[in-house]
Design a protein around this ligand. Sequence first.
Ligand SMILES: [Zn+2]
Length: 457
Amino acid sequence: MKRLLALTAAAFISLPLSPALAHDGAPGAPGAGDPYFPDQGNGGYDAGHYDLSLDYDPSSARLIGVAGITARATQALSRFNLDLVSTLAVRSVTVDGRPAAFTQSGSELVVTPARSLPSGRGFSVVVRYDGKATHVIDPDGSLDGWIKTSDGVFNANEPQGAMTWYPGNHHMTDKATYRFTVTVPSTRVAVANGDLVAKWSQGERTTSVWDSHEPMASYLATVSIGKFEFADARIGGYRVTTAVDPKLAGDAKGFPERHPPVLDYFSSVFGPYPFSSTGGIVDHAPEVGYALETQTRPIYPRVPSESLLAHELAHQWFGNSVTPTLWRDIWLNEGFATYAEWLWVDKLGTRTVQASFDAAYATAAEDDFWQSPPADPGGPENLFHDPVYDRGAMTLHMLRREVGDAAFFAILRAWASDYKYGNADTAAFIALSERVSGKQLDALFEAWLFKPGKPAL
Ligand SMILES: [Zn+2]
């Protein structure tokens, strides 16, 4: 699942290496090659599983972590990087059980194993770390990562917050499975992705264990902590796990039961729901100002409306199971989830998809909205600008009008199934659309995805 770095491999092969040097390998790249976040992710290995043990005290914000990472070398490695903010101090690192040398600089933890790792070799890393955990500020000014609330943590990590609470290969092309073992004061509840598999209390501390079986990009991981009303039940064929801030309990009445109808409808349109459980985390976090589709269990800063609930649940197919290859392709997440909102409110009888399209298209031609094409947002500060969402959704509606309903929904289902648990880019979506519909669609996508200006109808 990890995108191989052709540049690094080529540079390595072109060196006139002696056999001894070849055996020692070369350093893994410090980034995965994404132009929007050059330091994000790392080269030279593919992470397969994270076993994270986290102990957190909300009153001091002190986080104590032990991260066990199972990975495979994709080149002969003399050393490799993990992404972790240096405000968290690393105390020790082992590779395959042996102490390894390490340094921390910026958001890079550089690990030099006692013995280099041959290409193709599986290996395990254990990192012990602690410190006062906090968020980072994104290029667009939003809070990202370990975001403290009055009673715990609102933990949302798109696009770069994962490095604020655990070391890893934090580019979305390297998906992995997870186990979270989280210990918090018993007055608090910790909620992570996947399925709650164990819970126990000792003294005044409670530990919960969560398994996330399906591959996950690290920006979709969450360990959220607060004074939550917790529920975990089978409803309509789904395991629905929810946590609601008691301040919002009144408005959130019936929140668990709202999930199955949306998921049933999306399953009928997009194909089977890709994960073993669902649910959501409703926190009182007015300072955050956004919701995130954290895998299996979105996190909301308030009780979600029907369209916001539909948006975050649609991301489970589009964004979480099928994930972009580069951040520039983010319209494949947001345009699709916005179109799914339009489908859901149409299904509810509130507003037709065509009316949603018309309302968005009514934006005046001279408005800045039309100057930023969705498949080329221009930089990380524009990742979550309106055109990525609304013009992205309009692109899908134009595709539907061009190819007809049968081909359009066949395209969406093929996208969800062909790239399940993987990564794909805009070029792959265009190729798939042309293959399924049998139509030449360059002009449509060029006008709607790539060219500044308001496309004619
Ligand atoms: Zn979204």
